[in-house]
Design a protein around this ligand. Sequence first.
Ligand code: 5GP
Length: 211
Amino acid sequence: MVDEKGILFILSGPSGVGKGTVRKKLFECTQDLMYSISMTTRDKRQGEVDGVDYFYKTREEFESLIEQNALLEYAEYVNNLYGTPREYVDNMLEAGHDVFLEIEVQGAMQVKENFQGGVFIFLIPPSLEELKNRIVNRGTESNDLVLNRLKEATNEIKMMDAYDYVVVNDDIDSAVDKIKSIIKSEHCKRERVAKQYKQLLEGEHDARTIN
Ligand code: 5GP
């Protein structure tokens, strides 16, 4: 098969739905995906590592990246900035690797506007009650922050319509399986496969004309 560009997958969903957990599990059992590590101005949580979980930046550093147009998308979320480094994503896709973003909905909508061909996956909790329990039980945040995150989450759920796929996170393994199926299906999409075949056929035609 002719080499093709990679596909950009965007996983989004309300805070506390388990995006991070699902993403980590997905990366444990896939070799072909490249994870784009985001930039953030938020404080490092216990156990997080700079350059693994995020690239931690000051607000000044982050604003300078915005000015340099170095971010594919960025958003302010619960008083912190989060963004995707443009160069990494472009380079990986160009080299034929699929790239995976795990971002909140405002950022996902920017990718949708500015980038052609992204595949948008929305992860939802089985119920709002369940979502609240997950945010509260994580226990890493104060009551005010929990309330803020829950409010943000309710608004985020309303954004589902803008996505190509919806995955219910009732069970991590099953959510991961569904995402893997989406990735496989996208590679089988007629438009993508047909484009490759046309290139192949044109190559054949050129070779015959030369001989
Ligand atoms: P957390 O602070 O819990 O790590 O992340 C808060 C929210 O920011 C999550 O919904 C997460 O998916 C999102 N997020 C992480 N990285 C990015 C990014 O690069 N861009 C955007 N727009 N959101 C991000």
